[in-house]
Design a protein around this ligand. Sequence first.
Ligand SMILES: [Zn+2]
Length: 326
Amino acid sequence: MPPSPKKKNSGWALLAWVLNGLGVLALLVILIFYLSQNSALAAVDPFVTSQVPRPTRTPAPTSYYLPTVTPNPQATEIEDYSSPTPFVFTSSSSLPNLIGYSVQNRPIEAYSFGQGENQYLMVAGIHGGYEGNTVDLANQLMVYISQHPEVISTGSTLYIIPDMNPDAVARGRNVDARVNTNGVDLNRNFPTPNWTANWDHSNCWNDRPTTGGTYGGSEPETKAVMNFIGSHHFRAMISYHSAALGVFPGGVPWQSASKDLARILSHATGYPYPPLDIGCVYTGTLADWAVENGVGAAVDMELANHRDSDFSQNLKAMKALVNFNQ
Ligand SMILES: [Zn+2]
């Protein structure tokens, strides 16, 4: 008896129905999963279901058209530390004494602290530009002394010229702003016996062309300081520089009292004495001219770098200076 085709057909039909059922079930599962995902998205993203148009994102530009800056061929490795606002010292205890003007008619001022008979002097900023941290130091010392006047001994008066080369300081804190507006190195411009317009630059600062001026004392900044020193009787003075070479006594050869002052200041600050010898012969300097013209003792003193004012060391140096009696 042949197998019943009806039976065979019903087996295949059952299988088809089962497969159909599974397919429908799978579609239902997918549909439910899809709907639940959409509702979750809708909870966090209002743009999925609402009619609010999705904001468009502006793509970041792929290039910018900025004006090109022509690099300065004299650009230096010295960082520019300039402050946008110039420091103005105000104190009821010390009014500035106008001692002269720069080439560009900026005032050069001296401040005095204390009323004693023994007079002392600090000069900062003779080299502007990258040595402008000496001006920062002078300004900080003036603020401190005005708040603590007792640091000046009863018998002493301290004068501070915080910025001897204001044109250069105004040009910024870079190597190009070392000299005054006439391109003169003011610490080569004092009329000492060894003054010269053009010294041997080979072992000295040689980054830019500069001269000692047309004659010793040719610059108005130099004249201002010479007149000021000439009208006082300073026992000792510090001319501030940066950086790192140490404390240089005034005089050619070094004057005895200036060597004593250098030793004392080196002890107070930790700056090297004897100073580092780089083989440079210094001509027409303020410290040399000062001791040759009646100042009891004088030094060129260099801060540790071109950035910091080394305030705490130089507060000690200032106290040592106003107690220097030789
Ligand atoms: Zn200097």
